[in-house]
Design a protein around this ligand. Structure first.
Ligand code: VG1
Ligand code: CO
Length: 564
């Protein structure tokens, strides 16, 4: 086979962010742009004679990019490609396939929850042999290669038909096109108590209705296979379950803003258990009638019940817990009570992998609707939804005289552990200059100590907050010693409340500023205080955070674009 060398020039800005390289489709469509990045992966990681997995969320520009990877990968000596049918593999399913078939890595075509279509976003992410996102030393190396690239290699052959399962060849390489769903369903069946869940759902067919929303992302087929085929729920219990290249024009992000269709149906039809997942299937939202579960609470509750209710953890034990830094400390309370380690890592799933590989971490989560465990090395939306169903089925089996739904489970949890009220304000696509000025101003406070011990009173609630300290979050990986600096600016108050400011690393345009606020209320405060709406519980603190940071002035925005 003839390997052709194509001359090219470097493009600026091909630096992978929190989760791969994400840009507008139009950017990827520039001449040689996608090819450059793909070749840079092969230049940074030697995949000669190796096996790689290719899949993604099925968004616009995915099929073309799969062919590009086949061309370039084959010319760079890849021995075998395992490809999801129709270029589809959810991010957690891809992580599973890499691990299960002992592949050496994977290329995931996704921009996660970002909108898709010719005028929206595309993304390419490299995962390593443990099934997790490449660590920073690898992504940095890829970026370095993009800066000096002068040519890429291709083997030009007719495209492979991605709609047929089976074994094929592409020049010197083997190609296996696999079913996107079956390995993943098998995996979940080995983790959860499906008979218990099925039994509970069938015996409560009227008193416990379920609705899963695929948001026209990748999880529709997975949701149908699990909720309808395996658990026997009616076809009406899944919606938006057909993956579309543009996600039906929507924003496939499972939160209160973008999953409003689910929220409205849950409220209107009195649905007890609603859930949604994002474009690539690694995020989840749990939402029942009148009860929204914040992701920070969700992971704490799963951690609390896992060893008792979920077979995988009953068998293997819970080795340790972890969260990303901006995530609330609710899970820390669970860890403390159970005598478990609770690691705090920077934002982004790649930081959990080392702890899992070292056998120190079983369950972890991020405030950004990411929850998961060491069954794979990515966060896992459908896993989290089934975990909740498993826990609810178990809790109801233990207390047969009351119906325990989402709300009841939350209230029981707060009554034991207290509650960390948590909310995140996103200011999306603001001018980069304003965002940088905000960061700089807080850095001045950090270096001069000018905010320390100052008191701030909320006009509307009269609450007073006194600053205890301001710091930058730096992380040293306990396994490999690598250091990641400036992962968020933290303002702590003397009552234990805190506010975190962070720049997003997944945007495709301008800058996005995130502000995370958290205030802990102990169990002794009683149910009236504990079961308040989060925005009400945090009102005073949010006001103070905006005041002392001058965020609205720096960003030229009165209001955030998304509140979760
Ligand atoms: C966001 C979230 C982060 C998450 C990342 C990838 O990153 O805050 O918690 O890991 O998206 O999620 P950032 O840098 O924009 O804050 V996904 O569903 O793209 O895999
Ligand atoms: Co995602």
């Amino acid at each position: 086979y003839q390997v052709k060398e194509v001359k090219t020039k470097p493009y600026d800005g091909q630096k992978p962010g929190t989760s791969g390289l994400r840009k507008r489709v139009k950017v990827f469509q520039q001449e040689h742009y996608t090819e450059n990045f793909v070749q840079a992966i092969f230049d940074a990681v030697d995949l000669n004679g190796k096996t790689i997995v290719i899949g993604g969320d099925g968004r616009y520009f995915s099929p073309e990019t799969v062919q590009t990877i086949l061309k370039i990968g084959s010319a760079n000596g890849v021995a075998k490609f395992i490809v999801g049918k129709d270029s589809i593999l959810s991010t957690p399913a891809a992580s599973n396939v890499i691990r299960k078939y002992k592949a050496d890595g994977g290329i995931l075509l996704t921009a996660s929850h970002n909108p898709g279509g010719p005028n929206a976003d595309f993304g390419i992410k490299y995962n390593v042999s443990n099934g997790g996102p490449a660590p920073e030393n690898v992504t940095n190396k890829i970026f370095e290669k993009t800066k000096t690239i002068s040519s890429y290699k291709v083997i030009e052959l007719a495209p492979i038909d991605l709609s047929k399962k089976g074994f094929f060849t592409y020049g010197p390489s083997n190609v296996e096109i696999i079913d996107s769903v079956s390995d993943y369903v098998q995996l979940l069946e080995s983790i959860f108590d499906f008979p218990l869940i099925k039994n509970f759902l069938q015996s409560h067919a009227d008193s416990f209705k379920v609705l899963f929303d695929g948001m026209h992302g990748v999880t529709g087929p997975y949701g149908r296979a699990i909720f309808v085929d395996a658990l026997g729920l009616p076809e009406t219990s899944v919606q938006n379950a057909v993956p579309l290249p543009d996600f039906g024009g929507g924003h496939p992000d499972p939160n209160l803003t973008y999953a409003h269709e689910l929220v409205e149906r849950v409220e209107r039809e009195n649905i007890h258990f609603g859930a949604a997942s994002d474009g690539d299937g690694d995020r989840n939202m749990i939402y029942g009638k009148g009860a929204f579960v914040t992701p920070s609470d969700s992971v704490a509750i799963i951690a609390d019940w896992a060893a008792e209710a979920i077979p995988y953890f009953k068998k293997g034990g819970v080795k340790g817990l972890a969260r990303s830094m901006p995530t609330s400390a609710q899970i820390d309370k669970v860890a403390k009570k159970k005598g478990l380690e609770c690691a705090v890592v920077p934002t982004g799933w790649k930081f959990f992998g080392n702890l899992m590989d070292a056998g120190r971490l079983s369950i972890c989560g991020e405030e950004s609707f990411g929850t998961g465990s060491d069954h794979i090395r990515e966060k896992d939306g459908v896993w989290a939804v089934v975990a909740w169903l498993n826990i609810l089925a178990y809790a109801n089996q233990q207390s047969p005289n009351e119906l325990i739904g989402i709300k009841e489970l939350l209230e029981k949890h707060y009554a034991v552990y207290g509650r960390s009220f948590f909310s995140r304000y996103d200011y999306e696509e603001v001018p980069s200059v304003g965002a940088q000025s905000l960061v700089d101003a807080i850095n001045v406070h950090i270096s001069t100590g000018s905010l320390a011990s100052t008191s701030h009173v909320s006009k509307s609630t009269g609450q007073k907050f006194t600053v205890a300290g301001v710091t930058n979050f730096d992380y040293t990986d306990p396994i490999d010693g690598s250091i990641s600096r400036n992962q968020g600016q933290i303002v702590t108050f003397d009552d234990g409340s805190r506010v975190v400011f962070r720049l997003s690393g997944t945007g495709s345009q301008g800058a996005t500023v995130r502000m995370y606020v958290e205030r802990y209320v102990p169990a002794s405060a009683g149910p009236a205080e504990l079961n308040k709406d989060a925005q009400e519980g945090l009102k005073g603190l949010i006001e103070v955070a905006l005041q002392l940071s001058n965020l609205p002035e720096f960003l030229g925005r009165e209001k955030p674009t998304v509140i979760t």
